[in-house]
Design a protein around this ligand. Structure first.
Ligand code: PLP
Length: 408
């Protein structure tokens, strides 16, 4: 059987976790702080914070921006449920818009959906291909004239909505660590960029996530970092490490925070993953995607995904092909035929309006025709470090045979 995306676990990662265990410090500590510094350096930003998931990190970003009941957050209909769920968690309304043929959010559709209740926009770098973040920031800036900040909002002593004066652009870069926009690593384009280090993602810490901060002046990144650090630990002004110093037992709680810190066991895995990311992980993933690309080049029945264009290069997280002219039923039959040959594939993602909760709360698939058009024909193929060229060739042969068997 060829699995879909097992994590890469070798002696190096096992050794790193063992060392962290033996060090006697297993929760947030020196390894997490080192991991944060290294991701910041990688992304070319001043600061990042490492937390326990994309979900909790991005939700904290919405809370930092003071988003709540009565507010709207624009997201693509085509995404993982986490993007929408966090908006619900803070009591705001997810406003869905359609995507372009490359699966990313359509900036023009975002422009149409903007209104004075819009407090944030979350573009999603689906499959690792960056969304048009500069275009989204432009849309947010263009509507700053009627942006209406919550006037009495105080977050950590300041009012970030008054300071930014427009909708926050929070990038869902759960798939795109290491992707590039205009030659620069993803992380330094949106106001805040969120990464996921979940077990299936390009770079993993088993579970984990991080935020890269890129807010314009006069925001103080150090102050923002301190807010997120404190609020990820119950609003306590001293973390466990700070309290180990003799006599440093006294602490205060500045606000009722949350609990979503990263542990040093996770960071130990992340440090190993990061060290070999550019030299080893990314090139292998790229080679796999390019082998699929070459393998399907002559297939009229298969639309290959966009891996890069003039301004963007993806992170090769997923190989999201589409079967030309297939209906959803035909796509499902193709997947059944592929699975019968012991190859694991997936569909990224079931659009939000097709999930019970979102369907039952009024979102209709007909309103997002291009999302359905992509989803109904989509199949994601295995991409992971240990996948061999021979296995890639097997997948190509199995997929072609299944497509021909169903589509004729
Ligand atoms: C995985 C994923 C998330 C959630 O990441 P977690 O770290 O599991 O919380 C969010 N958005 C997208 C597009 C994802 O694929």
């Amino acid at each position: 059987m060829i699995p879909f995306s097992p994590p890469r676990i070798d002696e190096k990662s096992i050794q790193a976790v063992t060392e962290a265990l033996r060090s006697g410090w297993i929760t947030t500590g020196p390894r997490t702080k080192e991991f944060e510094k290294r991701i910041a350096a990688y992304c070319g930003v001043q600061r990042t914070i490492a937390l326990n998931s994309w979900t909790n990190a991005a939700e904290l970003a919405l809370r930092w921006y003071g988003i709540g009941p009565g507010d709207e957050v624009i997201i693509p209909a085509y995404t993982y449920c986490a993007t929408a769920n966090i908006v619900k968690h803070v009591g705001a309304k997810p406003v869905l818009v359609d995507v372009l043929d490359d699966f990313t959010i359509n900036p023009e559709a975002v422009r149409q959906a903007m209104n004075p209740r819009t407090k944030a926009i979350i573009p999603v770098d689906i499959g690792g291909l960056p969304a048009r973040v500069a275009g989204i920031v432009k849309v947010a800036e263009d509507s700053c004239a009627w942006f209406s900040p919550a006037v009495n909002l105080r977050v950590g002593g300041s009012n970030p909505q008054m300071r930014l004066g427009r909708a926050l652009v929070l990038s869902d870069a759960a798939h795109s660590f290491g992707a590039r926009i205009g030659g620069k690593p993803v992380g330094g384009q949106a106001d805040i960029t969120g990464f996921s280090f979940h077990a299936v993602k390009n770079l993993t810490t088993a579970e984990g996530g991080a935020l890269a901060f890129n807010l314009p002046a006069p925001f103080d990144t150090e102050e923002i970092y301190r807010w997120f650090n404190t609020m990820s630990l119950h609003g306590q002004n001293k973390d466990a490490l700070a309290k180990t110093k003799p006599g440093a037992w006294r602490y205060d709680v500045e606000a009722p925070g949350w609990k979503c810190n990263m542990t040093d066991l996770q960071a130990a895995i992340g440090l190993v993953e990061l060290e070999r990311y550019d030299s080893d992980t990314l090139p292998r993933r790229k080679a796999i995607c390019e082998r699929y690309h070459a393998g399907f080049a002559q297939e009229a029945a298969i639309d290959r995904p966009l891996l890069k264009d003039a301004g963007r290069e993806g992170s090769y997280h997923l190989y999201m092909l589409r079967v030309a002219k297939a209906t959803e039923e035909q796509r499902d039959a193709i997947i059944a035929a592929i699975s019968a040959k012991e190859v694991s594939v997936n569909v990224h993602f079931i659009p939000l309006p097709l999930l019970s909760h979102y369907r039952n709360t009024g979102y209709r698939m007909e309103d997002y025709p291009n999302t359905y058009q992509q989803y109904s024909r989509e199949i994601s193929l295995p991409v992971y470090y240990d996948l061999t060229d021979e296995q890639v060739d097997t997948v190509i042969a199995v997929v072609k045979e299944a497509v021909h068997a169903v589509m004729g």
